[in-house]
Ligand binder design. Structure first.
Ligand SMILES: NC(=O)c1ccc[n+]([C@@H]2O[C@H](COP(=O)([O-])OP(=O)(O)OC[C@H]3O[C@@H](n4cnc5c(N)ncnc54)[C@H](O)[C@@H]3O)[C@@H](O)[C@H]2O)c1
Length: 110
């Protein structure tokens, strides 16, 4: 699998999650030519802002606490940061304990 090209501007959804936070930290640490990384995360039960660790202090990194369903916001981020690479990891991965499930159990029960 190839990663973002040099000097990329990367938009990561779910970047405060298990895989996303590791990806963002590693991308910034290993890729000095990456110009900007924007993390969008709703901080559901699985998301932890502090998992981003040193990425939170990296001037190339911006963290946005919001929902990917907010289309105008996502559009504005694409415009503001001139995004050319998207890594989509936002998910309600813990379906059985997530807030969405607790609010809508009839969609998940057998
Ligand atoms: N962890 C694994 O072993 C594994 C293996 C294969 C595939 N995957 C897939 O990779 C993806 C990420 O997995 P993970 O383990 O990092 O999950 P995770 O639950 O740790 O992270 C998901 C992130 O998405 C965020 N999120 C949820 N709904 C959102 C919304 N509406 N808007 C913005 N952010 C939202 C959460 O706050 C969380 O930070 C999932 O699609 C998962 O199915 C994971």
């Amino acid at each position: 699998m190839s990663g973002p090209h040099r000097s990329a501007q990367v938009f990561v959804t779910g970047g405060a999650g298990f895989i996303g936070s590791c990806y963002v930290r590693q991308l910034l640490a290993d890729s000095p030519d990456v110009r900007a990384v924007v993390t969008l995360d709703a901080l559901t039960d699985a998301g932890r802002r502090e998992s981003l660790g040193p990425a939170l202090d990296d001037p190339r990194h911006g963290f946005v606490h919001d929902d990917i369903c907010d289309a105008p916001l996502a559009r504005s981020l694409f415009d503001d940061y001139d995004i050319d690479t998207v890594v989509h990891l936002a998910a309600e991965s813990h379906v059985e304990t997530g807030r969405w499930y607790l609010a809508n159990p009839r969609y998940v029960e057998p």
